[in-house]
Write a protein that binds this ligand. Sequence first.
Ligand code: NAI
Length: 329
Amino acid sequence: MLKILFYDTKSYDEESFEKKRKEYPDIQIDYLKPTLGPSTARLAKGYEAVCAFVNCNVGTKTIEILHERGVKLILMRCAGFNNVDISMAKECGIRILRVPGYSPEAVAEHAMGLALAANRRIHKAYVRVRENDFSLTGMLGFNFYGKTAGVVGTGKIGAAMARLCYGFGMKVLAYDKYRNPALDFVNYVELDELLAESDLITLHCPLTDENYHMINRETIRKMKDGVVLVNTSRGGLVKTEDLIEGIRARKFFAVGLDVYEEEKKNVFADRSDEILESSVTARLLSFPNVLITSHQGFFTQEALSAISETTLGNAMAYVRGETTGNEVE
Ligand code: NAI
């Protein structure tokens, strides 16, 4: 029997995993609400595996404690793993498995949703009409049809977003070190050209040391005036202070963010009764052309079902000593 301790679980996680677990009688799961970090890692004593999510702290100290408590497997129930100290895990002989592509369309459709809503000010209209205010001042958007989309990173999600943009009648530019041969309608260019030519820039590359703050004062300066920027990838790709400066300078027509640097404390939490001492999020939300969602790009029925299936499949592959292609190394 493989015992797995789940961290950072919400009711919808438990529901989705319990539905699938019936097919895996050799797996026992205990669900915890707290997130994984140095102060909660000790709870994993007696568990061979832990399961973590995007905002868990799976850094050096956490892994050290997990190792001391006998954990041999970390199951990431997400695609990204920038929050994991891979070399420390290797040193401790802990295997890490993830869910590389549970539903690229879920995230891409959310990215397009953000782009459309922010451009057409649907977030403003929703509030305005509720107050019987049917005026249109400040609501003027622009057509995506015939414009240029710039997709940064054309892996699974970027490719899905490129297809959506193409379907909208947009010309699609892309920047990636590796070209995706399936995207024959995309024109691969250097990043500078993509920044200069695109009316919609959408980020779909993973966060690495190399591309941390890739959207900064310098790169924002290279963008077209009136550009729409969407980030559903990782907050660290955008230097928020520089983004705010750009918004104030009227560089952006609209900005849609599902991820942002300060999200760790916010994501999936109800903080509506708190007074926030300092908040970049609040500053961003003060702009009428900025729309923020709470890291929910992945949050569709199809994606949750695929996440539980692959995570439990990963767990069984570990039990059987098999490789899956989902290893983080
Ligand atoms: P993927 O691994 O299929 O594709 C990533 C692509 O980015 C690859 O083609 C890679 O060559 C490219 N890339 C790497 N560094 C780059 C750089 N500096 N500039 C341009 N391209 C670069 O990953 P996938 O599944 O498409 O996911 C992308 C990212 O989306 C994940 O790393 C994760 O951060 C984010 N994500 C967000 C979710 C959400 O709920 N908002 C859910 C799932 C993923």
